[in-house]
Design a protein around this ligand. Structure first.
Ligand code: GDP
Ligand code: IMO
Ligand code: MG
Length: 423
């Protein structure tokens, strides 16, 4: 098996966690490589629902090692809450969690600034999850960040920390009108965190590459999706990391030579949370219906997700960037009951046909639709491709042809068992 990678191909919430849980039964190590508690990954097992924000979605298998990779921004409060929450349900994760020592620490001031920034009058509203993500990655890029390993260094407390806190205080006071940071309290807090976290820390690229060399199966778990990628998404309405294949390598330290399958998780329609362009978005009652049937409400924030028809150009963009070797098509059951299902098979931009997802003037894109006949049957219990209604099979095969990547799994319900394996 080696190393397989799971990425979201749209704007997140494609059902990545459901597939990760389904596929990670014989995985030894599962690695989250980017993002933070902005992710909301839902797994349903035996009718019980679990939502993970920081811990990899394979944690329900009792032997699986869960790594929080160096590309992540980790809010320790959220992490311990998640660990304790699992423990209260009888699932022990503590001994199986490893944290990359180069991952960044996300602190209360990151969250505060994220919230304040979204509320600036006439400011740029992204519709973030308000989990401090962009602010923490900003500090990382600006080299004002605090890495997990720093917590164990006396030099850090003596030299860098006072400068970081004094700079952050100036920003809080002068830009946002907030109170300055209490430096002594923060140092005390970070020292207590060091005690709590040190047992979890590993040099993840060393650890993972050694484990891979010894024959372990590793699954890299992407959060968000390709269209939220900082470089290839709908900038500036993106997250501040790279959920795509490049980010999986830099965020885990795993060599590209170990990579085998890149599986793109793709919803049978499209959703997006927050602001930003969305060419195939639908509105009004039609949207309300799809949102309700698909239960499209954010797993992290509870916000209603925007919904729209399947967009081939988005998934082709994703196939190119990520080097997808296969696709898992999710939530096909949600499309049951429609007379016609629409699919955007291409775009026109200002009167010209374009065959790629544009980088600018995305709002000026007009999707070209093809209509497919729907099916009335409930397919949530279907176990094999041939047992799907003819129109459902035709829909899947057409998407596969448009995208040019084989569909190897079809998900027809939130549970582990509601999965059809093809080929
Ligand atoms: P992720 O962020 O990509 O892991 O996806 P989320 O967990 O945020 O959202 C996907 C939602 O759809 C969750 O509530 C899942 O339980 C649910 N889900 C996943 N796959 C299917 C499916 O095939 N059919 C249905 N009806 N629900 C699904
Ligand atoms: P999973 O892993 C869907 C969106 C936010 C906002 C933008 C920036 O569950 O698929 P951020 O807080 O990251 O700075 O917000 O990105 N966003 C997501 N949308 N699924 C997610 O994660 C998301 N994580 C962030 O709504 O538009
Ligand atoms: Mg989600």
């Amino acid at each position: 098996m080696g190393v397989n990678l799971i990425v979201g191909t749209q704007w997140g919430d494609e059902g990545k966690a459901k597939l990760i849980d389904y596929l990670s039964g014989d995985t030894d190590i599962i690695v989250r490589y980017q993002g933070g508690a902005n992710a909301g990954h839902t797994v349903e097992v035996n009718g019980k629902k679990y939502v993970f924000h920081l811990i990899p979605s394979g944690v329900l298998y009792p032997e699986t090692i869960c790594v929080l990779g160096g590309g992540m921004v980790i809010d320790p409060e959220a992490l311990f809450e998640e660990i304790e929450n699992l423990e209260s349900q009888g699932i022990s994760a503590r001994d199986r969690i490893r944290i990359a020592d180069n991952a960044h620490l996300l602190l209360p001031y990151h969250k505060l600034i994220d919230i304040k920034r979204e509320e600036i009058p006439n400011g740029q509203v992204i519709g973030t999850t308000r989990r401090g993500i962009g602010v923490c990655y900003g500090d990382k890029v600006n080299r004002w960040g605090i890495r997990m390993g720093d917590l164990l260094c006396e030099d850090f407390y003596r030299e860098r920390l006072p400068k970081i806190l004094s700079f952050k205080s100036r920003v809080l006071v002068n830009v946002y009108g907030e109170e300055p940071i209490d430096a002594a309290e923060t140092e005390k807090y970070l020292r207590s965190l060091a005690e709590k976290l040190k047992g979890f820390l590993v040099n993840s690229s060393y650890y993972l590459n050694m484990e891979i060399a010894s024959g372990k199966n590793v699954l890299l778990e992407g959060a968000q999706g390709t269209m939220l990628d900082l470089d290839f998404g709908t900038y500036p309405y993106v997250t501040s990391s790279n959920p795509t294949t490049g980010g999986a390598l830099t965020g885990s330290g795993v060599s590209f030579q170990s990579l085998q399958e890149v599986i793109g998780i793709t919803k049978a329609y499209v959703t997006r949370v927050g602001e930003g362009p969305f060419p195939t978005e639908i509105h009004g009652e039609e949207a309300e219906h799809l949102r309700k049937v698909g239960n499209e409400y954010g797993s992290t924030t509870g916000r209603p997700r925007r919904v729209g028809w399947f967009d081939v150009e988005v998934v082709r963009h994703s196939a190119r960037i990520n080097g997808l070797t296969s696709i898992a098509l999710t939530k096909l059951d949600v499309l049951g009951g429609y007379d016609t299902i629409r699919v955007a098979v291409g775009y026109e931009q200002e009167g010209k046909r374009i065959s790629y997802f544009p980088t600018y003037n995305i709002g000026k894109v007009t999707p070209i639709y093809e209509d497919f006949p729907g099916w009335k049957e409930d397919i949530s219990g279907v176990k094999s491709f041939n047992d799907l209604p003819k129109n459902a099979r035709r829909f899947v095969l057409s998407l596969e042809k448009f995208i040019g990547v084989p569909v190897r799994w079809i998900s027809v319900g939130p549970g582990r068992d509601s999965t059809i394996k093809l080929k």
